[in-house]
Write a protein that binds this ligand. Structure first.
Ligand SMILES: [Cu+2]
Length: 302
């Protein structure tokens, strides 16, 4: 029996050493990135913060799981039925009951603490963000104002606005803290960029504010995530994450064109070498309810 135990201990030690050697090759960030447990690769720094919480919550859950499975199999194997005699019957075990009430409470308290810490980090506002975008939602489109730049003619902030023909495009700089300030002109909408793993309701009042740091240049579809009426499902926009210098040039172009130019969004995007129209979504067809039922059924399958 002593020999069996020695072999078991030796195996554990070798396994532990191998694990340490394997993990030593990774930095903590590498390791966390591998241990995603299904968490999507978000395009913001905030999405990465939330990923860390998810990773370590999953590790904690698996640790508890392995322990519980271990105890179950141990009990099943070690206390197999040995005969017809009933095992000793006990009523309660006070220390054990305190233990299995106390330990889960400690676990949820720790998880709760980390959740609150991550949440307040993700929604925190810095004293001085790198730039700001005002998001105005209305039935059923979006307007994006850039308070960093004014139209020299009117002295209003430069802005772009979506229409039935054009998807509104929110341009933001990469690797910069962007403060979003949301207001609605009518009902409650919700600003949602799925690849940012972030969503925030847009109220007529109070104003909602949050900050995001985009970590990957690219085009990301944005949607309204609050049922706001007939064309709610078509209330799409696009976020274009560009370099900081392109972002500044975009604002300069908007200011040069002026808020009166209806085609300024496409022109300013072209000027900074970006596709002039949205690439992730398209404007909805406004005329579809005007058509005869027979026409509708032929294109929409009934
Ligand atoms: Cu909406």
């Amino acid at each position: 029996m002593a020999r069996g135990r020695t072999v078991r201990v030796a195996r554990l030690v070798v396994g532990g050493v191998l694990l340490v050697v394997m993990l030593a090759g990774c930095t903590r960030a590498d390791l966390e990135d591998k241990l995603r447990f299904g968490w999507p690769r978000g395009a913001t720094a905030e999405a990465a913060d939330m990923r860390v919480l998810w990773t370590w919550s999953s590790v904690a859950a698996l640790t508890v799981g392995v322990l519980v499975w271990g105890l179950i199999f141990w009990a099943v194997i070690v206390y197999r039925r040995r005969g017809d005699e009933l095992p000793k019957q006990t009523k309660f075990n006070l220390p054990l009951e305190f233990f299995y009430t106390g330990v889960p409470f400690i676990i949820i308290a720790v998880l709760f603490g980390y959740t609150v810490a991550t949440q307040s980090q993700v929604v925190s506002l810095t004293a001085k963000p790198d730039t700001q975008v005002n998001v105005m939602a209305f039935k059923w489109n979006w307007e994006f104002q850039y308070p960093d730049k004014r139209d020299p003619q009117t002295n209003d902030f430069v802005y772009t606005i979506g229409s039935s023909e054009e998807i509104p495009i929110l341009v933001m700089p990469e690797q910069k803290k962007v403060r979003f300030t949301e207001t609605s002109n009518d009902v409650v909408h919700s600003f949602w960029v799925p690849e940012f793993l972030f969503k925030r309701d847009v109220f007529p009042t109070p104003v909602n504010q949050f900050e995001l740091t985009a970590t990957r240049a690219g085009s990301y579809v944005g949607r309204c995530a609050e049922l706001c009426g007939t064309y709610h499902s078509q209330m799409n926009f696009e976020v274009r994450v560009v370099s900081d210098s392109d972002y500044r040039r975009y604002l300069d172009e908007l200011a040069a064109l002026g808020n009166a130019d209806p085609d300024r969004q496409a022109k300013a995007l072209t000027a900074i070498g970006q596709p002039p129209r949205a690439t992730t979504t398209y404007p909805f067809e406004t005329g579809r309810l005007d058509r005869a039922p027979s026409e509708r059924s032929s294109t929409e399958g009934g």
